[in-house]
Structure formats: structure tokens, C-alpha cells
Write a protein that binds this ligand. Structure first.
Ligand SMILES: [Zn+2]
Length: 349
């Protein structure tokens, strides 16, 4: 006869009456952290979805601000993408107070030193025991330093690293205030989605790369030599017919290689629809909470750190309703007071 399985409940309830159950429950300290992830091969990593996209904001803010925007507000919008699709799991790799991982990033990319820094740091991290546990598939660095040739974003093949994967670096340096709206946060989020689609394209032999330099279609894979054109793809992100076909082929390739039922086209469509972002008027939508929690109204604010006059303007706008009501009451009281004085004077001897 088979021994019945002993549940945790059984072990706790019967431990006093059965000598066979070890007294190991009450003394057990619960784990604070999840178990280490065990991936035995690169093939297993490739099969796994969602892909973990590690986002690194390149500054140690408590030492020196290098970024020209609030990384917390940016992270808020970027991480909302995780709840609307199953291809990518974006995660911020926090290194603010870590001396072990990610040294202080360089403040320029002269002689490719920013790329070298990021390559070195993610290589070090991936080889560490923590890095193995995290199992990041793809890496994106976000900086405000110029990347050369006025590029918004650049990819780099890790020739010097052990991995032959690609990483992306994007900068807010060339997203000027005149390009807003859409806000900097929307620009970063849509760009991160574009980079991530390119990552899986690289992994599965796809062909989703930038279009030739001189054309703009409004597609997320436009190169946008003319900086103002970038607003088009951030405001209304779109996938052109060529890229649609490429996504469709990529989906077939992934299904064939991994056996996973992945509806890549529809997941990407959901991400790019921007419906998930909501708006400032829709309570609890990501854009609404961006304003409520961090004070950025994407219809009004660029997303860069606010200048003093912008803070003042926003304060006036936010309080104008109170001021208006207060003003009406104050005016009414003044008129009433004047009336009383007038009456008093008229009746005074
Ligand atoms: Zn395209």
C-alpha cells in the first residue's frame, strides 16, 4: 500500500503525535528571497519567456546627478508594460548604493568609454552569483550623455564579452524640450520596447533593424535623422508593413524553435497601441499615476527635471481651482463688508 503524501498541514498538526515527523517546521526561518533560478544551458535560456530586460539608469544619484530626468518617474511608466504583455519582463537593476556592482558611470562617451563601462559592468554582473540568479536576458542602459553623431540610441555587439548578445544604450541628450509632448518618459518607454523587439529578433535570426537612414514612415524602426521626426513614432508608434511581415516571420521562427505559443504580433500591437498608458483624466491609469505620484503631467511637462519657473507654473495651475473658489468667496466677503460699512455710515449719526 502506498504511503499517503504528507502535507505541510499534516506535518504541523501531527508532529506531536507521530515520532516519524521531524520537528523542523517551527524552527525553519522563512526565505526572504526567491530561490535561485537554475538555467542549465543557453538553449534553455532561449526557450524561456518572458525575456528579462535589465534596465540600468546610469547614475549614482546620491553621489552625483548625471541624468537630466527623474529615474523613478520614468521607471514607473516603463514598468507598467509588464502587466499588459508576456514577451518581456522589464526590471530596473538598482545599483544606487551598491559598491559591488556597477561603478560610477562616466559622464561622456569619449572614445567609447560609456559603452566600455556598460559592457564591463554587465559582464562582471552576469558572471557573479547574483548575476546568474537574476538571469537577465537583455540589457539596456539609459543615460543623458551624448552618444556621438547625435544618436538617440545605439546598439553594441559585445565582441569583448563572453556572450555574443547585443546590448542597447539610449540617451535623453538629444530628446530636446522642443520635441515634447510626447514626454521624455513616453520616448524612453517606446524606445525600450523597440530595443527589446530587436533583441529577440537577434536571438531568433529575425531582421528587425533600423530602416535606411533617409526615410521616415512613422515606424518604430525609423532611424530618424531629422530629430523632430522622432515625435511621430513616440506619439503614434506604428509598425510598417515591412516590419509587420518581419514580426510575423520572427513569430513563426520562435514557435518552431521553442515550441512556445507566442502571439508576438498581437503582443507587440498591444504594447504599441499606447492604450495601456491611459491619460491624465483616467483615474489609476499609468499616465494618471505619473501625475499623481510624481507630479508630471505629460500634456504639460517635458519629463526633464522641472525648472523653477515650471514648478511655479504647475503650482499655480494645480491650485488655480482653489484660488478661484477662494477668490470668489473673498470677493463676496469684501462686497458684503463694503455694503455693511455703507449701511453703517448711512445710519451713523
Ligand atoms: Zn518598419
Amino acid at each position: 500500500m502506498l504511503e499517503p503524501l504528507v502535507s505541510l498541514w499534516d506535518r504541523i498538526v501531527h508532529k506531536t503525535s507521530k515520532n516519524t515527523v521531524k520537528d523542523d517546521i517551527s524552527n525553519k526561518i522563512p526565505n526572504e528571497f526567491e530561490e535561485d533560478e537554475k538555467i542549465s544551458s543557453e538553449e534553455e535560456r532561449l526557450r524561456r519567456f518572458p525575456k528579462k530586460v535589465g534596465i540600468v539608469f546610469a547614475e549614482k544619484e546620491h553621489l552625483e546627478k548625471i541624468l537630466n530626468f527623474d529615474q523613478r518617474a520614468c521607471a514607473h511608466l516603463l514598468l507598467q508594460t509588464n502587466s499588459v504583455q508576456k514577451i518581456f519582463e522589464f526590471q530596473i537593476i538598482t545599483h544606487e548604493y551598491s559598491d559591488v556592482y556597477f561603478s560610477v558611470p562616466p559622464k561622456d562617451d569619449e572614445n567609447g568609454r560609456f559603452f566600455q563601462w556598460f559592457d564591463d559592468e554587465i559582464n562582471k554582473f552576469e558572471k557573479s552569483s547574483d548575476g546568474v540568479t537574476y538571469g537577465i536576458d537583455y540589457w539596456i542602459a539609459i543615460t543623458s550623455v551624448p552618444l556621438g553623431y547625435y544618436r538617440f540610441v545605439r546598439s553594441q555587439k559585445r565582441d569583448n564579452g563572453e556572450s555574443d548578445r547585443v546590448f542597447w544604450v539610449m540617451t535623453t541628450d538629444v530628446w530636446e524640450q522642443k520635441h515634447t509632448p510626447p514626454s521624455l518618459f513616453e520616448y524612453i518607454t517606446i524606445t525600450a520596447i523597440m530595443c527589446s523587439i530587436n533583441f529577440i529578433s537577434n536571438d531568433f535570426g529575425g531582421s528587425l533593424f533600423f530602416h535606411k537612414r533617409l526615410k521616415t514612415k512613422g515606424c518604430i524602426f525609423d532611424f530618424t535623422v531629422m530629430k523632430e521626426h522622432r515625435r511621430i513614432m513616440v506619439s503614434n508608434p506604428y509598425v510598417c508593413t515591412v516590419c509587420k511581415e518581419r514580426i510575423s516571420r520572427l513569430e513563426k521562427s520562435i514557435v518552431l524553435k521553442t515550441g512556445s505559443r507566442l502571439d508576438l504580433s498581437s503582443e507587440i500591437e498591444t504594447l504599441l497601441s499606447r492604450k495601456w498608458m491611459g491619460n491624465v483624466a483616467t483615474v489609476d491609469s499609468p499616465i494618471y499615476n505619473l501625475k499623481r505620484n510624481y507630479g508630471y503631467d505629460v500634456d504639460r511637462n517635458s519629463g526633464f527635471y522641472k525648472k523653477p519657473w515650471e514648478k511655479f507654473r504647475d503650482s499655480v495651475i494645480e491650485r488655480s481651482a482653489e484660488w478661484t473658489i477662494g477668490g470668489i468667496i473673498a470677493t463676496a466677503l469684501s462686497v458684503f463688508g463694503a455694503y455693511l460699512i455703507l449701511v453703517f455710515h448711512l445710519r451713523a449719526p
